[in-house]
Design a protein around this ligand. Structure first.
Ligand SMILES: Cc1cc2nc3c(=O)[nH]c(=O)nc-3n(C[C@H](O)[C@H](O)[C@H](O)COP(=O)(O)O)c2cc1C
Length: 352
């Protein structure tokens, strides 16, 4: 048997009647499917435990996940091969905690409140790998390291040191937020996973056969940044939000690296260094996206690909063919010095 525990948010305000109706349908279906568990509802949050035979749990959870009365379904725990049910007498005990003022229930409310807050924070910091491992009922800390083919992307904001030096902290934070929003949405829309935020950039990974998707994600990211620049007021530093992206592919070592107290799920290998070095070349060639032969050869659509030339990335002994995508959003004429000039001009106007 299997047990799933998750939390989710109301997707719209739901009355007590509507929640009770979910409970009634659940009891009817779960009695038929021999599922048991509990559904707590508190401050627009659902907290549910569902247990039973593996296939029945999977089928029911599939229906629940698709239900548009809630969203942001975040699995807290999956227990496989459980021997006994925790709630054998409840087809689905539905409890509306908001309506219960019993002092004994107060600690449970507090606990659920802090649990949901903690998990909303964790959700933002958790990589797709860790999340999917938990969803498969495995412990990510025990996942073995393995060699695999991957497409690796590095990206970095242009002139981040200058930004940090010249701008107040709130403006730097706003720029980073805009950059990460654009990046994470573009990467995940194409099936990639942002594995690491580096402070002013990120490392992302796509499956080994996803070169085209990685390029599309980088193009979407650059277009997104271009839109931000165009739509920002003249005196906003967002006008100067540029980033370079480098992509390559090959064999990486992927897994948990670190000590007992602090572990990190990451990628290692020459491919990772090459992606980082390629990203560094974007400034030299004034293109916001570049990639090498490995990616070029794997692309299914080369219509917009343009060869930039033969370059030796810093720290590399070999020269690499460098390619980009022909699109106005790929132009990268911004650099640290120019950025400094622009920001100082803006500051002078603002204080005069
Ligand atoms: C938070 C939440 C929990 C739910 N729990 C269950 C459940 O335990 N069992 C169930 O059959 N349906 C549950 N549902 C309802 C399903 O999403 C779905 O509407 C229902 O299973 C469809 O049943 P029907 O085909 O009999 O109409 C839940 C819905 C929500 C929003």
């Amino acid at each position: 048997m299997k047990r799933i525990t998750y939390i989710s948010n109301f997707s719209r305000p739901l009355s007590s009647d509507e929640v009770n109706q979910i409970g009634e349908v659940s009891v009817r279906n779960n009695s038929r499917d021999q599922l048991t568990g509990a559904l707590f509802c508190f401050r627009n949050i659902f907290y549910q435990i569902l247990e039973g035979e593996e296939d029945a749990v999977a089928a029911c959870f599939e229906r629940i996940s698709q239900d548009d009365r809630h969203d942001r379904v975040f699995i807290l725990k999956v227990e496989q091969d459980i021997e006994a049910r925790e709630y054998p007498d409840w087809s689905m005990k539905t409890v509306l905690l908001d309506e219960n003022s019993d002092t004994l229930v107060r600690p449970i409310k507090n606990m659920l409140d802090s649990l949901s807050k903690t998990h909303r924070i964790m959700e933002k910091y958790t990589s797709e790998f860790v999340r999917s491992t938990i969803e498969n009922g495995e412990n990510p800390l025990l996942a073995p390291s393995r060699k695999k083919e991957a497409v690796v992307m590095f990206a970095d904001i242009v002139g981040s040191t200058t930004l940090a030096e010249l701008l107040p902290v709130e403006k730097v934070t706003a720029m980073l937020d805009a950059f990460y929003d654009a990046s994470i949405s573009s990467i995940s829309a194409q099936g990639g996973d942002v594995l690491k935020l580096t402070g002013d950039g990120f490392m992302a990974r796509f499956a080994g056969d996803q070169s085209q998707a990685a390029v599309e994600a980088a193009v979407a990211l650059q277009k997104h940044l271009q839109t931000i620049r165009l739509n920002s007021p003249e005196d906003s530093p967002l006008k100067y939000l540029h980033a370079g992206v480098g992509i390559t592919r090959g064999t990486v070592l992927e897994g948990n690296i670190g000590s007992g107290s602090r572990r990190d799920y990451t990628l290692l290998g020459d491919v990772v260094n090459t992606a980082a070095r390629l990203e560094g070349v974007t400034r030299r060639v004034e293109r916001g996206l570049i990639f090498d032969d490995g990616i070029f050869e794997a692309l299914s659509n080369r219509d917009r690909v343009r060869k930039v030339g033969l370059y030796r990335p810093k720290g590399k002994t070999v020269h690499l063919n460098i390619y980009t995508i022909d699109d106005p959003s790929m132009s990268l004429t911004m650099n640290g010095n120019l950025l400094r000039e622009k920001l100082q001009e803006n500051l002078a106007v603002a204080t005069s």
